[in-house]
Ligand binder design. Structure first.
Ligand SMILES: [Zn+2]
Length: 468
């Protein structure tokens, strides 16, 4: 390794899920080679072709976003970020790995769905990526394919208790997939909402003339999230499988997860920035503006936020992902004017997760190390990517972010990099900003300029969940 091929990040405060230390970081061949105390002779002796001055900054692992939907077909349209634009936006916000969802078509194989998603992402991504598999059609062949996918590095399978007629699986299908996962090491990820009951409430609301976006939140009742979460936990217990509940938003659902974890069950939960920072107040914005905030599970009254923050502090929730699934207001969200059930479900967010969670550090909700845990280390462990991703340690990929904790920024659609015509956080002022991003040692963002390229990001096969 010649000196020219080495990078040293000097003078920053290295923050991982475990430690905070004033250390210089030596990068060789795309990996972390060593850390040494900033004032040590060892660090002083390191020579490198590239030296990044991180004085006064944090040096943190690149974010791992375990829940994105780039260019996903849904609700008669397609999510507006491609793998190219979405992963570029992720990099702008300090995220260096995404795990996206390949989708099995009903009547088709898992393999066909996975191949289709590989074709979309191949040579397009600015940062590394992996895939979960959405299982939409449980049958003997699907179940056998699950074993193969786990061996290939697609080790998690998402199922839906919501969306009858689209992705929905009934309890028997869910149980069969969980039984299979209990034997092959796979992790079942659950969209936990009682979709059958919700669809009744949707029809009743529309029949009563309640068509505005805010009714999306009312019909997707918090108790129907809690009920489905409870049912998913019991099905997983019967099957002897672990369970990961995605996008938890209701206080009562957090309670179900906490109760399961108090029993020692391998049950995990994720929430998203939109549930921590936004509420039904946004869904009620006039002139159809509330459509910008339509996603499922829905935004909740702000009283639910305290339970989510508490869950993140107590580890009853382990991960914050974005569920990034952007649809433009113009021409996409507008499909649901006059009928909230036709508003494409999903919100943009992949760019701002690290910053919003840093704001939570500033606001006193979580510690710095917990910030890195829920945004980097825990998702890497959950999805079998640790310690290659999610930390700064010898041998890890050099996915490194230099983060300025004092910089001020204002979020806006006019300055963000996601391919969507609105920001869910328009005008929100945040303290903290990404300055430089390395992906496997290669600069992607340099002093707040994009220097990456489509195709740098590599497909990353995953191991099994590392919490089991
Ligand atoms: Zn999702």
């Amino acid at each position: 390794m010649s000196t020219a091929d080495r990078t040293v990040v000097r003078g920053g405060l290295v923050v991982t899920a475990a430690d905070e230390m004033h250390a210089d970081v030596l990068i060789e061949g795309g990996r972390i080679a060593a850390l040494a105390a900033h004032d040590s002779d060892t660090a002083a002796g390191w020579t490198a072709g590239t030296v990044i001055d991180a004085t006064g900054k944090y040096v943190i692992p690149g974010g791992v976003d375990g829940h994105t939907h780039m260019q996903m077909p849904f609700g008669g349209t397609t999510a507006s970020d491609t793998f190219e634009t979405g992963t570029r936006a992720a990099a702008w916000g300090g995220t260096t790995t995404v795990v996206d969802f390949a989708i099995q078509g009903v009547g088709a194989s898992l393999r066909a769905g996975l191949d289709a998603w590989h074709a979309k992402a191949d040579a397009q991504c600015a940062i590394d990526y992996g895939f979960h598999m959405i299982v939409a059609d449980v049958n003997d062949k699907t179940l056998a394919e699950m074993d193969t996918l786990v061996e290939e590095g697609v080790t998690s399978f998402k199922m839906f208790m919501a969306y009858p007629g689209v992705f929905y699986s009934d309890d028997g299908q869910i149980l069969r997939a969980m039984q299979r996962a209990s034997g092959n090491g796979g992790l079942v990820m659950m969209h936990a909402e009682n979709g059958i009951a919700i669809d009744v409430l949707v029809q009743q609301a529309l029949a009563a003339g309640k068509t505005d976006p805010r009714y999306h939140g009312e019909v997707r009742h918090a108790l129907l999230e809690a009920e489905a979460t409870h049912r998913a936990v019991q099905l997983a217990r019967v099957a002897g499988s672990p369970l990961y509940v995605v996008h938890v938003s209701a206080e009562q659902a957090v309670a179900e997860l906490a109760a399961a974890r108090d029993l020692g069950l391998p049950v995990f939960g994720e929430t998203c920035p939109q549930y921590l920072f936004l509420s039904t107040d946004n869904l009620a914005e006039p002139d159809f503006e509330g459509a910008k905030y339509v996603c499922s599970t829905p935004l909740r009254p702000r009283e639910h936020q305290a339970a989510l923050w508490r869950g993140l502090r107590t580890d009853d929730l382990q991960v914050v992902s974005t569920d990034h699934c952007p649809f433009c207001f113009s021409g996409q969200k507008e499909l649901g004017r006059g009928d909230f059930s036709k508003i494409p479900n999903g919100m943009p967010g992949v760019e701002h997760r690290m910053d919003l969670l840093h704001q939570a550090v500033v606001d006193g909700h979580i510690t710095r190390r917990r910030w890195i845990d829920i945004a980097c280390a825990a998702p890497a462990r959950m999805f079998g990517l640790y310690p290659r991703k999610g930390t700064i340690a010898p041998g890890a990929d050099a996915d490194v972010v230099v983060y300025d904790p004092h910089a001020e920024q204002t979020l806006s659609a006019s300055t963000h990099h996601m391919n969507v015509d609105y920001s869910a956080y328009e005008g929100r002022r945040l303290t903290g900003r990404v300055e430089t991003v390395l992906s496997r040692g290669v600069p992607v963002i340099e002093q707040q300029a994009y220097v990456g390229r489509a195709g740098h990001g590599q497909y990353t096969p995953r191991g099994i969940c590392q919490y089991l």
